[in-house]
Design a binder for this molecule. Structure first.
Ligand SMILES: [Zn+2]
Length: 288
């Protein structure tokens, strides 16, 4: 009895010191993903790329645990968001799947996490270079939040900052990493491929890229420190779309104004509320 009493406080203290890590995994910036026949279900190369996606995710998960994580949540953040197979994933991680979720690429992220990792990220829409550069989906030309153009990395960073959780690591092509540094200059970056233009890339050897992801994740999680919650007074969003009809249809929501034939604006008091509307506009209004 005495033995048990002396052990329990020690275990509780050790757990309290462990970190909770959130990993958002996209597909275009995964090591070895190079073609648009790889990124959607039903395409001939898709089953290969979902395995490649799991390998990069697993490297980040291993690194996170080695760096002091005691809990890792992985959010499948690409397309259908049902790409990662639980049986392929490191068995210590939990997995959030399916795209029908309000916060998409950052579903489940909140202030209880200690660090965020972006795996497999890509350049934002309209970048002159960067493999499959886009923001959210093909219908978006640009998204600005409080006057600042944001790709997926930028939008997800604003969400992490809202909750006071630092983005400690990003992996993807060189343009994705460059664009992330504009938001969070101290975030570690692992470049797994160099974008030659929007379609051609020079890939690093897979094993080398995964080793670097693992060691960077370990260092990034070990040295992570929570940040003060960055909650701006309000979030004004300007979205330019490639399709006039989506912009027009979006005005069905009373808070959305049409400010140009292809551009809408709205303001919400919190970043999660703004994010939810951005997501509805690019994903749930069909241009057909
Ligand atoms: Zn993406």
């Amino acid at each position: 009895m005495c033995f048990v009493l002396s052990v329990v406080p020690f275990v509780a203290r050790a757990e309290a010191q462990g970190k909770k890590v959130y990993i958002s995994v996209d597909m275009e910036g995964i090591s070895g993903v190079v073609g648009d026949d790889q990124t959607s279900a039903g395409q001939p190369e898709y089953n290969r790329s979902r395995k490649l996606m799991a390998e990069d995710a697993n490297a980040a998960i291993r690194g996170a645990f080695a760096g002091g994580a005691t809990e890792v949540v992985v959010n499948d953040s690409h397309g259908s968001q049902r790409n990662l197979l639980p049986e392929d994933l490191d068995p210590r991680a939990r997995l959030i799947s399916h795209s029908f979720k309000r916060h998409g690429m950052v579903e489940g992220l909140d202030q209880t996490f200690d660090a965020v990792i972006f795996v497999g990220y890509h350049a934002k829409a309209d970048s002159p270079r960067g493999l499959f550069a886009h923001t959210g989906s093909g219908v978006v030309k640009d998204v600005q939040v409080n006057g600042r153009s944001a790709g997926e990395g930028g939008l997800n960073t604003l969400m992490a900052q809202w909750y006071g959780v630092p983005v400690v690591l990003i992996t993807g092509d060189d343009v994705a990493i460059e664009q992330q540094k504009e938001w969070t200059p101290t975030t570690r970056g692992v470049i797994v491929k160099r974008a030659i233009n929007m379609r051609a890339v020079e890939s690093r050897p897979l094993a080398e890229a995964r080793r670097e992801i693992e060691s960077a994740a370990k260092e990034a999680v070990a040295s992570s420190r929570k940040i003060p919650r960055d909650q701006q007074a309000s979030y004004k969003v300007r979205m330019q779309l490639r399709n006039f009809t989506i912009a027009e249809v979006a005005t069905a929501f009373s808070e959305i104004q049409l400010v140009a034939p292809d551009t809408v604006e709205f303001t919400r008091p919190t970043m999660p509320e703004a994010y939810r509307i951005v997501r509805v506009l690019y994903r749930f209004i069909s241009p057909d």
